[in-house]
Design a protein around this ligand. Structure first.
Ligand code: PRX
Length: 693
């Protein structure tokens, strides 16, 4: 059973803040929030929710949070089964709500929530809302890349469309447990396809439509889908991207199954689309011929819902596997509380469904709450940097959730693009994907939100399924740049290099003690890698791969990845993936990639490249190397900088010293540290000499 920790450090800490009487320092300010009295932030840089906000908030006080948090860690089974009971279960789970082994020292790691409970997440997203009288409520507002192109679907209409796709999939032989690859842009057909899979118990594997043919092929080969769902092309900004050509290149000759292709007329007509008879089928030709009623496949809470590949520290992406019941309960609950969701809200998350944010917080979390969701097909700065606020005003968006990289890029374009729109519908803002620097936080808060909207800075990962550390707007003051406190049921711990838990104010590696319902269950086809990557580094805990500090008030501050993963514009990229793409170029002998600070993207990709003997450096080769990475992974992984390297700094045992490379990349040349253990310390001077070539 789940370990019951009666008092985590966090709980102790927040309790001490909340129960102490008014006095000096930070405590009276938190008490002031508990009492509903907003105070101006002082030296601690606290930003308080307004009185108006706190009064209407689902969680209006830190005390209320504390009560719920306490129960969630002391009685996780009771806490989560009360919430789970609000969903439709064909039959309830057994006596054991959660069973887990999170401690590798006690044998194989496993996690189960609501095992034996029979449900269907698509039913809970759609039929449950239609049956409860919300069939006419808008589920999706879709906005096309070009102004003036838009569409919407009510819950009833969405259900009908999902059923038609589900019936098609069933008809071509897709069964419970079969994999379906979806390679679609942000059309409504993308979440429709996901929900259709869930309805019949098929396991969807969405591949972000910015991935190259090679990456798509790799994912197709790994999970062997019965069918691939795609579209012919998409327009993003002023560019047309021919997705079907990419799919054609990815599908090997041996792939004889179906490729269902949506004709996206705003980007390309079917007449000009390349076609393989027998394999390719137009979506619009077949899907509408199917019934709008489709019986659901009732599945066990622990049956797989989806696979989503993410980057790790080796070249091979990891297929993160999420199951049905726990994920359903967790995404719905985190969405509701972290955004203070009310049925009258209009919610827009700018993420693509190709990433976990689009799974949990474009599709499942919001629909489980019966929310109205805005989906935008295009680029956020097209035709100009005011587009987001145009969309906000058009649909009267109340909750706007995005990534710091977009905030920083819009901030650079100036306030005028923001202030020319009203934005008065906005009430909650959200941030995800990377640490948000305090200056971007303040701009987002002051300019976009007119100093009125709390910002939910949500820390989580593909692996966690849902928010782990996030502000609950209204419940406590925020600190710009801090994700604040853990969500219900989450017990974060900070450990040192030896894996020893550190208490109080500290910095170290962020781990989590015991499971939460949205925990991923395995890496597809490689449970050993799951255990090695996440549970062996610090036995007893799940290791997130992130560095973190906790301040004197107990607030958590994420400091970025501590492994060989870099975060570029919120996209997670393994340095090894980029290196292996570079060395596949016949003239590249060796490559070492590091992350370097980037004003807009958060981190940029900086590649040190050693060429095959006798090959001269040239601008053309530099461009070819970048193209190689674009073709093998996708344009978002293209290196920002290629640094010619006659040699790489290696230890005598041949290990590349990345610490030195990071310093050279960020031009912190007086902080190179000890270079005496290098096999050839001379390479450092050579690299410095070539830094600006
Ligand atoms: O480094 C953390 C960063 O993004 C990583 C997870 O990436 P991915 O699995 O692609 O999921 C992104 C969307 C959840 C984390 O290990 N990260 C995510 N959110 C934050 C963050 N870093 C700091 N603050 C955040 N709010």
């Amino acid at each position: 059973n789940c370990s019951l920790n009666t008092t985590t450090n966090h709980l102790r800490h927040v309790e001490s803040m909340a129960v102490l009487p008014s006095g000096a320092g930070k405590i009276p300010r938190l008490n002031a929030v508990i009492l509903g009295e907003a105070l101006a932030s002082e030296e601690d840089d606290l930003v308080f929710p307004s009185d108006d906000f706190a009064r209407q908030a689902l969680l209006p006080s830190a005390q209320k949070y504390l009560e719920m948090y306490k129960r969630s860690v002391e009685d996780p089974a009771g806490f989560w089964s009360d919430i789970a009971s609000q969903f439709l279960w064909k039959s309830k789970w057994g006596d054991t709500v959660c069973s887990e082994n999170f401690d590798i020292r006690n044998g194989n790691v496993y996690v189960q929530w609501f095992k034996g409970g029979i449900t269907n997440i698509c039913y809970n997203c759609l039929d449950r809302n239609v049956d409860s009288g919300n069939g006419d409520k808008i589920a999706f507002h879709w906005e096309g890349n070009e102004r003036g192109f838009h569409d919407s679907l009510t819950y009833t209409q969405l259900l009908s469309q999902v059923c038609q796709v589900a019936n098609y999939l069933r008809d071509i032989g897709v069964k419970k447990g079969d994999a379906v690859v979806i390679y679609l842009p942000m059309l409504m057909e993308l979440p429709i396809a996901m929900l259709a899979c869930a309805r019949i118990g098929a396991v969807h594997s969405v591949v972000f439509a910015g991935f190259s043919a090679d990456s798509l092929a790799q994912r197709i080969m790994d999970c062997k889908p019965k069918v691939v769902l795609t579209c012919n092309a998409v327009k993003r900004g002023s560019k047309v991207i021919h997705l079907k050509d990419i799919v054609d290149a990815a599908l090997s000759e041996s792939f004889e199954d179906a490729c269902l292709t949506y004709e996206n007329r705003s980007a390309m007509m079917r007449e000009t689309t390349k076609w393989q008879d027998g394999r390719d089928i137009w979506w619009q030709d077949v899907v509408p011929t199917y019934s709008t009623i489709c019986e659901v496949e009732w599945v066990d809470a622990e049956d797989p819902l989806f696979l989503l590949y993410t980057s790790g520290s080796t070249g091979k992406p990891k297929g993160v596997l999420h199951t049905t019941g726990g994920y359903m309960v967790y995404t719905a609950t985190t969405f509701k509380y972290a955004f203070d969701y009310k049925p009258s809200d209009i919610y827009w998350c700018t993420a693509d469904c190709g990433w976990i944010t689009g799974h949990s917080y474009v599709t499942y979390g919001p629909l489980l709450n019966g929310a109205t969701v805005v989906i935008y097909e295009g680029a956020p700065n097209y035709p100009d940097p005011g587009r987001c606020w145009d969309i906000v005003d058009k649909f009267k968006v109340t909750i706007f959730y995005t990534a710091p990289t977009l905030v920083r890029s819009l901030m650079r374009d100036g306030d005028a693009y923001v202030t020319r729109y009203s934005r008065k519908s906005l009430r909650v803002l959200g941030s995800v994907g990377e640490p948000i620097n305090p200056s971007a936080w303040r701009w987002f808060f002051n300019v976009v939100g007119d100093s009125r909207c709390p910002i939910s800075d949500t820390w989580w990962q593909t692996e966690t399924g849902g928010f782990m550390i996030a502000p609950l707007p209204g419940a406590w003051p925020q600190k710009p740049g801090s994700a604040t406190f853990p969500f219900f049921g989450v017990q974060p711990v900070i450990v040192d290099e030896k894996g020893v838990e550190i208490e109080g104010e500290c910095s170290g590696y962020l781990c989590v003690k015991s499971s939460w319902p949205g925990t991923f269950r395995t890496l597809y086809g490689d449970h050993e890698r799951y255990e090695t990557t996440y549970f062996k580094p610090f036995p007893g805990y799940y290791f997130s791969g992130d560095g973190c500090s906790r301040d004197k008030d107990g607030y958590y501050w994420l400091t970025g990845r501590v492994d060989d993963v870099i975060n570029v514009s919120g996209h997670r990229i393994g340095t090894a993936e980029v290196e292996s793409a570079l060395v596949s170029h016949p003239q590249c002998a060796e490559a070492a990639v590091v992350g370097v600070e980037h004003e807009v993207k958060g981190q940029g990709i900086y590649a040190f490249v050693t060429l095959v003997d006798g090959i001269p450096y040239s601008e053309e080769l530099r461009r070819n190397l970048i193209t190689t990475v674009r073709n093998q992974i996708g344009p978002f992984a293209a290196p920002d900088r290629i640094h010619w390297a006659p040699g790489l700094p290696k230890t005598r045992s041949g290990k590349i010293m990345r610490r030195i490379l990071r310093k050279i990349a960020s031009r912190q040349l007086d902080e190179l540290g000890d270079t005496s253990t290098l096999a050839d310390p001379g390479v450092v001077d050579q690299l410095i000499a070539l830094a600006d070539c």
